[in-house]
Design a protein around this ligand. Structure first.
Ligand code: SF4
Ligand code: NI
Ligand code: NI
Length: 722
């Protein structure tokens, strides 16, 4: 058979199956039965993108068949063959949709708590949210490309080598067919977070990645449904996907390949085929599949050589280390753990010097122990001609990401609330603490090459030293930075900054970062934003030239509204910077604290992420947090950073800090000093923190009120809050 006949035959097989399945489902379920994939606002996304028609019930599947047939007109020229590919894609989507009519979760990996240990691991359709979660990473080329692997490799090792190579390079890999079993056999870490996504065993399940590409076009590209040329242009230019077919191909696979090619995705096959230059390639040498694929799709990978026995890739950022797979732990409320980036003297430093002070995780003293637990202090000393002190916090925040990139390492928090876990697997592969240094060194040098000319890493695990340096060196530096921030006020600067980092999962969320109001994640201060802008001029932090306020009390600026409106694609048009009731700033979801109104106390409670119990407003942190997030405005609730407690601009439109009536004790102790100082300056009230109730005093509304009255809390005498 020649290539045309192969494609037309494959397409005919899809048509036959789709017609049979539609006839069956019409007979068994009736035409009114809804048809949908879970978690998408785009109906059957491929058919919607290609034709502009939303298929929503079983009866309309018959219309969908007719729409697909419009693309069938076999002839011996390329476009006819590509159209047969498009028809095949639409037919495959119909076949998949019918599966979802019979069972809302036909892909049982969706029901698994942990994909890597589940019996069935296929995932099928991706939700819009999952696709959006890739957004920024795709935009920033943190995910440099998308691989679609179909079929069965000659052996599991070969397959694993290729998938690991893609994963190590940060690519998103989708698998269809027996390659899934080969990946499982080789213990490849799979899951949407880990960028290796097993779709399904039948070739039709490949439509779920086509759907990802077309929805990316609709969601991020805002292309018009039905304008298939626009979709194709978007996918060809922006979605850097390609297909690898392993094992003897059949006609259906090649017809699916035609669909991919029509979207601009080239395919390689290992079994002989008549090549179509730059589109369909024969690559029988498995050691060259990755290189050939990247080359044909023009994907350039920035390689950073790192001396480390495990993989280091952004694909491992989302990997969690659970208790049962954990080998060692640092911080996490059990030991002290801090991290610091400081500037050294360029002339005196020795580049790539990595020092461990204290025991390593293989120290004899841990023999027979269940878990290795150590304190840890990480000092990253950098120097460079362009280095500025202001950049230190920006580099320091990256420690979180760089450590997370390590396969088998989890990093949570920052500064002196850092928390690191390492897996047994990493340990067995030879991972030791110096490798954290190697990774940090390599990433600092490559990602910040503009400012870092030399970098030294010292890791302390010696309890005395961690404690001593933590107190004598690290805390004063944190305090000095905080102090420096304290001297900066919203009035004293000309520019605020946007932060759009969280748009990957909260697409309409925009943080406005000001000197007196840091990003709600607590990690992006105004200085951070300013430095990031200098390091990465096109990056997530852009200046907002303030101009004159429309309303000083609420904190309303035209410039801010404009920035929020533009960057949220019009989803949010107005925000105030100083009010919790009128157009409060939106939240993405990663706030350190959440503040909510407690009407009977005429004030607010603040709950931090770490607090597990129910607050006096009857909700836990999680429940309060669910009231806001995803970029929507919810008057009366506000996510914010810890550091905002102590800012005179904290909901100052409603009376500010003196409104705080309750906080968990840990949070209160943490912020007390700054809080007391600010409230004293605002009202003359001394030791305000002592007037704020906490869970050790009372946790219920009545008890809180009683306490507030006893101490004469200022909120009780203020105007009614609402
Ligand atoms: Fe940026 Fe705000 Fe997200 Fe923090 S919470 S990373 S400031 S968008
Ligand atoms: Ni990790
Ligand atoms: Ni966030």
């Amino acid at each position: 058979m020649n290539l045309f006949d192969i494609i037309y035959d494959g397409q005919a097989q899809y048509l036959q199956r789709a017609e049979e399945m539609v006839a069956k489902v019409v007979a068994e379920k009736g035409k009114e039965t809804p048809v949908k994939f879970p978690g998408t606002a785009y109906a059957l996304p491929c058919i919607y993108a290609i034709t502009g028609k939303k298929i929503t019930n079983v009866g309309e599947l018959e219309d969908a068949l007719a729409l697909a047939k419009e693309y069938i007109h076999p002839a011996k020229f390329l476009q006819a063959a590509l159209d047969a590919g498009t028809a095949s894609a639409m037919l495959a989507e119909i076949i998949e949709a019918v599966k979802y009519v019979y069972d809302p979760t036909p892909y049982k990996g969706r029901e698994a708590e942990d994909l890597n240990t589940a019996d069935v691991r296929t995932l099928g359709n991706l939700t819009d949210a999952e696709i959006r979660s890739f957004g920024v990473a795709l935009v920033t080329e943190d995910i440099p490309g998308v691989a679609v692997i179909i079929g069965e490799a000659p052996d599991a090792e070969t397959l694993a080598g290729i998938v690991k190579d893609y994963q190590g390079k940060g690519l998103l890999t989708f698998m269809v067919g027996k390659v899934i079993d080969q990946a499982i056999e080789q213990k490849i870490k799979m899951g949407i977070d880990l960028r290796v996504i097993p779709l399904g065993y039948e070739i039709e399940s490949v439509i779920h990645v086509v759907s990802v590409a077309l929805r990316a076009s609709l969601i991020f590209g805002a292309t018009k449904p039905g304008d298939f040329l626009a979709q194709r242009t978007y996918t060809k230019n922006r979605v850097k996907a390609f297909v690898n077919v392993f094992g003897p191909w059949d006609n259906k696979i090649i017809a699916a390949g035609a669909a991919a090619i029509e979207l601009g995705f080239p395919a390689t096959v290992d079994t002989y085929i008549n090549e179509v230059p730059t589109l369909l390639l024969h690559q029988p040498d498995y050691s060259k599949v990755v290189a050939t694929s990247l080359e044909v799709r023009n994907i350039k990978i920035k390689v950073t050589e790192i001396d480390c026995p495990v993989a280091v890739s952004s694909a491992f950022e989302g990997e969690r280390v659970r208790r049962d797979t954990m080998f060692a732990e640092f911080g996490g409320n059990k030991t002290e753990c801090w991290e610091l980036v400081t500037t050294g003297n360029l002339a005196e430093m020795e580049d790539h010097k990595i020092t461990l002070v204290g025991p390593d995780i293989d120290d004899a003293m841990f023999a027979g122990k269940d878990v290795v637990r150590l304190p840890m202090g990480i000092v990253v000393k950098v120097a460079g001609k362009q280095m500025q002190k202001d950049f230190e916090t920006v580099l320091e925040r990256r420690i979180h990401y760089f450590t997370n990139y390590i396969e088998g390492a989890m990093h949570v928090g920052q500064r002196n609330i850092a928390w690191v876990r390492l897996t047994k697997e990493a340990f067995e592969k030879g991972f030791r603490l110096k490798h954290i240094g190697e990774v940090l060194y390599a990433k600092m040098r490559s990602d910040f090459d503009k400012v870092v000319d030399k970098c030294e890493i010292t890791i302390y695990t010696n309890a005395d030293e961690v404690k001593k340096l933590g107190e004598e060196m690290v805390k004063p530096i944190y305090a000095e930075r905080d102090e420096r921030m304290g001297a900066l006020t919203d009035d004293s600067v000309d520019e605020f900054y946007t932060c759009l980092l969280c748009q990957s999962f909260a697409p309409s969320h925009v943080c406005i970062v000001t000197p007196e109001r840091l990003g709600l994640c607590g990690a992006v201060s105004w200085l951070d934003a300013k430095a990031t802008k200098e390091l990465d001029p096109m990056g997530p932090n852009q200046p907002v030239v303030k101009g004159k306020a429309i309303d000083e009390r609420l904190g309303v600026w035209d410039s801010v509204n404009e920035a929020v409106s533009t960057n949220s694609q019009g989803a949010v048009e107005k925000v105030t910077l100083y009010s919790i009731l009128e157009d409060p700033m939106t939240s993405c979801g990663c706030f350190e604290c959440i503040c909510g109104i407690m009407p009977e106390a005429n004030g607010v409670v603040i709950v931090n992420r770490e607090f597990m119990d129910v607050s006096p407003v009857g909700m836990t942190f999680g429940e309060l947090a669910s009231m806001t997030g995803g970029g929507v405005q919810t008057p009366g609730f506000m996510g914010h950073g810890r550091f905002l407690i102590g800012s005179k601009k904290f909901m100052s439109a409603e009376g500010g800090l003196p409104r705080i009536v309750w906080m968990p004790k840990e949070l209160k102790d943490d912020v007390a000093e700054r809080l007391n100082k600010a409230v004293f300056e605002m009202t003359g009230v001394e030791n305000f923190a002592d007037m704020v109730c906490d869970e050790t005093i009372a946790n219920d509304s009545e008890g809180v009120l009683e306490f507030l009255e006893k101490v004469g809390h200022p909120a009780l005498a203020m105007d009614e809050i609402m």
